[in-house]
Every structure is written in structure tokens, then in C-alpha cells.
Design a protein around this ligand. Structure first.
Ligand SMILES: Nc1ncnc2c1ncn2[C@@H]1O[C@H](COP(=O)(O)OP(=O)(O)OP(=O)(O)O)[C@@H](O)[C@H]1O
Length: 348
């Protein structure tokens, strides 16, 4: 559905040009919710605006639904853009127009008949739960309601793709949840492909099917959300996940490990960090390895969370036993789909 090939984007700037995107390759299949996450200045906004050519890349190709947008004339591009709706962090509503008139605007711009506009806007306002507020002005509604107007307006021309530029960053957590639930509903009901950019892992965790991590203008890691959460490869990804699911051991646990080391220096064993997902999170894997491999396992720290209805858990355990048995247990856990990172206790 969306294909970006070797996208580079350079802004003219003083004293030097800014190379904001550096060779981005992305594939977003139809019907997917694809999240791009990164820190401030990483290039997220630059990237999302390339997808509808609000930013024209300095180099590279942008294909949406098979059409190479970079090769279209201005008129062709205007019509291709109807397939791509967009919502914004600060909603971008016209303050002098009512809720109804804001949603009607894209239909007026393509000269739809007034009766068609009336019907379509009523339908959209119903979809986003704002029918009752159709005569209010933006100043008379809440942030979450404004974003609902933004969503209705973005859907007016029946796009195939919806781009969300930090769409929930100005909203509180509760309102964020309800907007993300609405996006998920639209994605399911209409098969709409959604690309969203965010700096919050919470948003990715709640709604995205797949995620790409952008850092200094390049995609450094991507994959299914559960896969990236259970086995992040890059430091930046770990630190972003850490904000909602701490990956670092708390100080109290490290103190406990030091205490174990000083009390039993001869049999230190290993510190195992285990990440489970889906069904694995509920299987009695630990009691199984204790039995099979005769290990002594002491749980130091753990947490279980939910990623879009799938369980996700992480555990830090202190494992002691014969070293061949310990290695066999680690291999067994890995075979069962658990991501295992192990360290000698003395190296913690
Ligand atoms: N119009 C512009 N002219 C010059 N430089 C720009 C322009 N827009 C963005 N940049 C620079 O490009 C880089 C990427 O910016 P971009 O806004 O895409 O990042 P971002 O990840 O969306 O950041 P944020 O989360 O803070 O909005 C930054 O170094 C930024 O300063």
C-alpha cells in the first residue's frame, strides 16, 4: 500500500543544510496500523509529510496504492491526495466554522452537491460520536472532541490511508485511549491503512500492529510490536520501551544481587532476564526448568503487562546449578520462545 524507497530529505538551512531523512525504506501493507516512534528531532514529522508529498523528498520514491507520487503532475497529485487523509497534533480546525462546516470543507473543495455533503457529514459525525455537537465552534469543544472532528474531516473523501501526526500528544491519557480506540475501530471497519508518528511508546503499545524506530533520520529497527517489545535490539528502542515498562533493574534488586555475591562467592550462578509473550507468559516454564535441570531459581524482579490483549511478561531471576545444566535450561527456554539474556552474577 505505502512504499518508501531510499528517501532522503534535506532542508535548506543556515549555516548548513539539514539532512533530516537519510535513506528511509518502509513498506506498509494495506489494512495495517503502522507506528513510527522516535525522539524529538529524529525526523518523524519530516517522514510522515513525505507520504503525501507535503514534503517532497530530495531523493527516493513514494508509492501509495501503486502510484508513484513523485512522478505525478500537480493536478494528478491533488487528486491522489484524496486517498490520503491526515490528522494533526493541534487539530488544525478553522475556528470560524462550526463542527459540521469543518467536516464539510473537503467535500466543498471537490464541489460535492449540498445534499450529498449533508448526508456524508451527518454520517461522519455519527461515526465519531459528535452528531449532537455539530453546531458548536472549535472553541466550544474539548481537545478530544476536536480531534474527533479532525478524524471526521480526514475521512470525508473516503481515503485509503490515514496519516496521524502526533495525533494524541496534546491529549490526556484517558482521551488518548478513546481516540486510539476510535482509530482502531475505523481501521477494522473500513480496512483503512493508518500510519502514525509518536514519541510515546504507550501509543505504539495500545494501537500499532508494527513499529519502526527512527533515529537521526534513519530507521534503526522495525518489526511487529510484540516482537520489538520482547526483544528490542537497539539502545534507543530499549530506552523508549523503558519509559513504560522499565527494562533496567531497580537499585534495590541490584543491591540484593551484590548481597548474594558477597554471601556466596563460590556459587554465584547467573542472572537471567526472561521476556515472554503471548501464551508463553502463562505456561509454567520456570517450574519446568527447575524440575528438568535441577536448578535453584530465585525470582528477583518481574512484571506482566498486556499489549493489545496479548500477555507480555519480563522476569529477572537468579539461577544456580551445574553450568552444563544451566546452559541446557537456557537453550530449552529459548526453544520455547522465551527471549533470554544471561550474565554471570559477578558481571551485573
Ligand atoms: N522546515 C525546516 N527547515 C529546516 N530544518 C528543519 C525543518 N523542519 C525540520 N527541520 C529539522 O529536521 C530535523 C527533523 O525534524 P522533524 O520535525 O522531522 O523531527 P521530529 O522527530 O518530528 O521532532 P518533534 O518530535 O520534535 O516534532 C530536525 O533537526 C529539525 O530541526
Amino acid at each position: 500500500m505505502i512504499e518508501l524507497d531510499n528517501i532522503h530529505l534535506t532542508y535548506p538551512g543556515h549555516p548548513a543544510p539539514v539532512h533530516a531523512l537519510r535513506g528511509i525504506d518502509l513498506r506498509v501493507p494495506a489494512g495495517e496500523i503502522f507506528g513510527v516512534i522516535g525522539r524529538s528531532g529524529a525526523g518523524k514529522s519530516s517522514l510522515i509529510r513525505v507520504i503525501n508529498l507535503l514534503n517532497r523528498p530530495t531523493q527516493g520514491k513514494v508509492r501509495v496504492n501503486g502510484a508513484d507520487l513523485t512522478a505525478l503532475s500537480q493536478t494528478e497529485l491533488r487528486s491522489a491526495r484524496h486517498q490520503v487523509g491526515m490528522i494533526f497534533q493541534h487539530f488544525n480546525l478553522l475556528s470560524s466554522r462550526t463542527v459540521f462546516e469543518n467536516v464539510a470543507l473537503p467535500l466543498e473543495l471537490v464541489h460535492e452537491r449540498p445534499d450529498v455533503i449533508q448526508r456524508r457529514v451527518d454520517e461522519l459525525l455519527d461515526l465519531v460520536g459528535l452528531y449532537e455537537l455539530r453546531d458548536r465552534y472549535p472553541a466550544q469543544i474539548s481537545g478530544g472532541q476536536k480531534q474527533r472532528v479532525g478524524i471526521a474531516r480526514a475521512l470525508a473523501n473516503n481515503p485509503k490511508v490515514l496519516l496521524c501526526d502526533e495525533a494524541t500528544s496534546a491529549l490526556d491519557p484517558e482521551t488518548t485511549r478513546s481516540i486510539l480506540a476510535l482509530l482502531r475501530q475505523i481501521n477494522r471497519d473500513f480496512g483503512l491503512t493508518i500510519v502514525l508518528i509518536t514519541h510515546q511508546m504507550q501509543v505504539i503499545k495500545q494501537v500499532a500492529d508494527r513499529v519502526a524506530v527512527i533515529d537521526a533520520g534513519a530507521i534503526v529497527e522495525q518489526g511487529a510490536v510484540m516482537e520489538v517489545f520482547t526483544n528490542p535490539q537497539q539502545t534507543i528502542t530499549r530506552s523508549l520501551i523503558d519509559e513504560i515498562l522499565p527494562q533496567e533493574l531497580p537499585e534495590s534488586v541490584i543491591a540484593r544481587i551484590r548481597q548474594l555475591m558477597s554471601s556466596e562467592p563460590s556459587n554465584q550462578g547467573q542472572l537471567l532476564r526472561l521476556a515472554f509473550s503471548g501464551e508463553d507468559a502463562t505456561k509454567p516454564l520456570l517450574s519446568d526448568v527447575i524440575r528438568r535441570f535441577g536448578l535453584d531459581i530465585n525470582i528477583l524482579h518481574g512484571q506482566v503487562d498486556d499489549i493489545q490483549g496479548q500477555l507480555f511478561g519480563s522476569l529477572a531471576v537468579h539461577a544456580r546449578g551445574a553450568s552444563d545444566q544451566l546452559n541446557a535450561a537456557i537453550a530449552h527456554l529459548r526453544e520455547a520462545g522465551v527471549v533470554v539474556h544471561n550474565k554471570e552474577l559477578s558481571h551485573v
